[in-house]
Design a protein around this ligand. Structure first.
Ligand code: ZN
Length: 349
């Protein structure tokens, strides 16, 4: 299937009442792992690349790997998404390259570290929305600030420092016309999210539900939503790693989110853990090996297993053939004519 937009994927997910995993990539093996998992579970899928990934792999490599994925798996709806764009220029360059969806994270200033004001966030996000929609590309915004740092992007600190205010979320969605909205409910980027299994005092699912009640038709996005399972940490530590004990977002909390408007779930850390554990195992058990395929093959298989598991848990499994692709040109027409509604439905308090 040609690359589709996240707007189409998430509209379909809302109709079907499921969530779609958005998995980060930096290289060919990760893209292959995701696509094989999508094939295995018959899932639509979002592949996303951060600024760090674009720098690591270079835009043209990434883009052509995605095109190869679309060619090789014509039955799978696949969106190519920019994760955490830090400025209009970053989003513009991604759209020019062929990304079908971008995140403008205006919750931070362009340095990717300092929290921005509400007005600054609205202004830059609206600028990206106008540019993107004219070209049929979807936009994700962020209101509130995630905790932690990933790929050099993030305010650091606890996920509770700048949780999303529901009134601001409503105002932000109305002023910008974003297709989807990332909210801060206590989660953080990276492996070290929580120091114990999170309860309602640190993971604010009640706040998520409140935002969904106010914005019932807006696709919500959960960032920093790896589950960081103990089994994956254990493999790494068993073969010489030194991870400190840590907790992620339990899958059942994500499933509660999916029942309450969450349509996109970002997962990166779990895949990194799976890859590293598999490689460490080969190095520890077969130190004589030196062909990269000897450790990249099990690494890719370990990531595929985690991705397939998440696809099943988020509910996207089985939904790849529910619909056909809407072209980017037709998406642009839809935005222009108003057929693709960008004004959110706002419920009274
Ligand atoms: Zn994020």
């Amino acid at each position: 299937m040609p690359l589709v937009t996240t707007r189409q994927l998430l509209d379909e997910a809302a109709k079907g009442g499921y969530g779609v995993g958005a998995f980060n990539v930096n290289d060919m093996e990760q893209i292959q792992a995701i696509m094989e998992a999508a094939k295995e579970t018959n899932s639509p899928v979002i592949i996303q690349a951060s600024r760090g990934a674009r720098k690591y792999a270079q835009d043209n490599y990434l883009y052509h790997l995605m095109l190869a994925a679309a060619e090789l798996y014509p039955q799978i709806p696949l969106a190519m998404h920019l994760d955490h764009g830090n400025s209009f220029e970053t989003c513009e360059s991604a759209i020019k390259l062929g990304f079908t969806s971008v995140m403008m994270d205006g919750s931070l200033k362009p340095d990717g570290k300092t929290p921005a004001t509400f007005e600054e966030n609205v202004a830059v996000t609206k600028q990206v929305v106008d540019y993107a929609h004219e070209r049929g590309v979807s936009v994700e915004g962020e209101i509130g600030v995630l905790g932690g740092i990933e790929d050099g992007h993030g305010a650091g600190g606890s996920g509770l420092d700048h949780v999303t205010d529901p009134d601001q979320a409503v105002e932000f969605a109305e002023l910008t016309g974003v297709d989807s909205l990332a909210i801060a409910i206590g989660t953080s980027h990276g492996a070290y999210k929580f120091t114990k299994k999170p309860d309602g005092s640190v993971l604010k699912m009640d706040l998520l539900i409140k935002i969904h009640q106010r914005l019932p038709n807006t696709h919500l996005v959960m960032h920093g939503s790896s589950s960081v399972p103990k089994e994956l940490q254990d493999v790494i530590n068993q073969y010489g790693g030194k991870l400190k004990e840590t907790w992620g977002v339990p899958v059942e909390e994500i499933q509660l989110g999916v029942k309450n408007g969450v349509r996109k779930i970002n997962v990166d850390t779990d895949n990194r853990l799976a890859i590293t554990g598999a490689i460490r195992k080969v190095f520890a058990e077969s130190p004589e090996k030196f062909d990269p395929r000897d450790y990249l093959t099990p690494a890719r298989a370990a990531m595929q297993k985690v991705v397939a598991q998440r696809m099943t848990q988020f509910g996207q499994a089985g939904h790849a053939s529910d619909y056909t692709a809407i072209s980017i040109a037709d998406m642009a027409k839809g935005y222009k004519s108003g057929a693709l509604v960008t004004k959110p439905l706002v419920a009274a308090k």
